[in-house]
Design a protein around this ligand. Structure first.
Ligand SMILES: Cc1cc2nc3c(=O)[nH]c(=O)nc-3n(C[C@H](O)[C@H](O)[C@H](O)COP(=O)(O)O)c2cc1C
Length: 195
């Protein structure tokens, strides 16, 4: 079984999403035993922006192939400016490829990557789960839209919210997320995990 682990935070060791994505990988390693791991730090080594000549370059093909080869994908995602880091969007730009991860048919769009388990560790500075700011949440919603488009309709989200409000809020949110991660089942659990 192959696990692809991605991080996208620009905040290095201070990153909440990196802490949580690493904890998810550790939890899955404990349950699975023999997991083949590959890691990509999109924050430190971003992919080039999508351009027409950038389609199907060796780097773009290798990025897509690494995703296609993965049984499990763990994504560390930060909320920056109400959305996902540009580096993570750049990775998705190489993953949403017609004929590879989705296709248009008479029945509409058909996702082709549905067999994968995808877990997302998302860190947000403020609170968006409910209340007036909910309409400004374009990180989780964007990730769910892109993943759903390619057939991953039940990604498992672990969300740490309010981490920029103060040290106490950050500590509480991280501890709560780590407790959720400790309960993550080894087997694919498509039911909603976060919130
Ligand atoms: C450049 C930047 C932009 C941010 N924009 C937002 C934002 O729009 N909304 C929000 O709630 N938090 C925002 N934050 C706070 C981050 O969501 C918070 O620091 C979170 O921990 C980011 O994940 P990370 O720690 O893995 O980098 C921003 C932080 C940075 C550094």
């Amino acid at each position: 079984m192959h696990l692809l682990h991605l991080d996208s935070s620009i905040q290095g060791d201070a990153s909440v999403s990196r802490t949580l994505s690493a904890a998810i990988v550790e939890q899955l390693r404990r349950s699975h035993g023999a997991l083949e791991l590959s890691y990509r730090d999109l924050g430190a080594q971003p992919l080039p922006h999508l351009t027409l000549p950038g389609f199907a370059t060796p780097e773009a093909t290798a990025t897509l192939d690494a995703f296609l080869a993965a049984d499990i994908v763990v994504i560390g995602a930060a909320m920056y400016n109400f959305g996902i880091p540009t580096q993570l969007k750049g990775w998705f730009d190489h993953i949403l490829v017609s004929g590879k991860t989705f296709r248009y048919s008479e029945r509409g769009v058909e996702g082709l990557a549905g067999g994968k388990r995808v877990l997302v560790a998302l860190a947000r500075g403020g609170h968006y789960a409910d209340g007036p700011a909910a309409a400004m949440e374009h990180a989780e919603t964007h990730l769910r839209a892109m993943l759903g488009f390619i057939g991953i309709t039940q990604p498992e989200f672990v969300v740490a919210e309010g981490v920029a409000i103060g040290p106490n809020q950050r500590e509480t949110a991280v501890a709560s997320s780590l407790s959720r991660i400790a309960l993550l089942p080894g087997d694919f659990a498509p039911a909603e995990f976060a919130h």
